[in-house]
Ligand binder design. Structure first.
Ligand code: ADP
Length: 293
């Protein structure tokens, strides 16, 4: 890999000359290849993908900037994003990770609640981004149910139809979309800034014991959607939930709505990976339909 052009972008963005002394592959990402680039003084974390995917990294760059601007919690500083003839790239501050602890879990709970306290007057975002490698549309809506119906579940259901997941899923999905109001009795979601893809692989702890979140798919939406995703694949501890609840208690209907919010991610997994996610999506829909009175 020739790092010349990316080094020039780093130098232009930071105002300091940057020469690569060594590069090291970082494993663990789902979508992109990642490297640690060491210079004389600085080290950067670089993600690479196909040149035609530059918009994906630009959206991630802007998402990290927006999360950082709140100062609610640590995210890697976004240095630069762009493309060369061969690659799209995203350059971030390199963060050295350390062990998590009860204290770091608690802090993540508190800090996530302060992130969610950051609001805008509308649901959505100023641009689309991606969830996994799927486009995530972020039109601006004044009503949350319309947003969730059209920009989230409806979008993934249409994708599922074009991927051949037909009649039964579509029929259950349509029915659920028509009945969404019933799951929101007494609860009025607000447009909070949320991470959008908060599973355990996108959260860590730095060497000082401070939580860090990265790889966002952010937008302004119901904070319950972030909490729901932390529960989908596990990995967040009791201290995290206790601290979040102390900082900003969740509405009782969350225990039902979390299935609605995670259905979006399961439909996305169905569209990306197929297989057993079809049955999981159908059983989540059946569970939600049973709650509609
Ligand atoms: P992908 O978009 O391919 O899923 P991630 O952003 O999740 O990639 O990054 C892949 C892995 O690289 C993460 O699991 C994490 O361990 C590590 N990582 C991510 N961001 C940084 C960073 N800024 N500094 C150091 N390591 C990082």
């Amino acid at each position: 890999m020739n790092w010349q052009i990316i080094s020039e972008h780093i130098a232009a963005a930071t105002g300091q000359a940057f020469t690569v002394m060594s590069s090291q592959v970082v494993s663990g990402g789902d979508i992109n290849s990642a490297y640690r680039l060491k210079g004389h003084d600085e080290t950067y974390f670089v993600k690479l993908n196909r040149a035609d995917l530059a918009a994906m990294f630009e959206a991630e760059f802007e998402g990290l900037k927006e999360l950082a601007s709140t100062q609610a919690l640590r995210v890697p500083a976004a240095i630069t994003a762009g493309s060369t003839a061969n690659h799209a790239f995203l350059v971030l501050e390199n963060i050295e990770f350390g062990p998590s602890s009860k204290a770091s879990e608690r802090l993540l709970g508190q800090q996530l609640a302060s992130l969610h306290a950051v609001k805008q007057p509308y649901f959505g975002w100023h641009r689309d981004n991606t969830i996994g490698s799927t486009r995530q549309p972020n039109g601006q809506y004044s009503d949350w149910l319309g947003f969730w119906r059209e920009q989230r579940l409806g979008f993934q259901l249409k994708l599922a139809a074009s991927n051949g997941y037909g009649e039964r899923l579509q029929a259950s999905g349509e029915r659920l979309l028509g009945d969404l109001d019933a799951l929101f009795g007494g609860y009025a979601p607000e447009p909070s800034l949320i991470h959008g893809d908060l599973w355990a692989g996108n959260a860590a702890v730095d060497r000082q014991g401070l939580p860090v979140i990265f790889d966002p798919a952010c937008y302004y939406g119901d904070r319950e959607a972030d909490l729901a995703m932390t529960e989908l694949f596990g990995g967040f501890g009791r201290d995290f939930y206790a601290a979040y609840q102390e900082a900003w208690p969740l509405h009782e209907g969350y225990s039902v709505r979390k299935t609605l919010y995670n259905l979006y991610h399961i439909l996305n997994h169905l569209n990306l990976f197929g297989g057993g996610y079809l049955r999981q999506a159908e059983s989540m829909m059946a569970m939600l339909q049973a709650e509609v009175k």
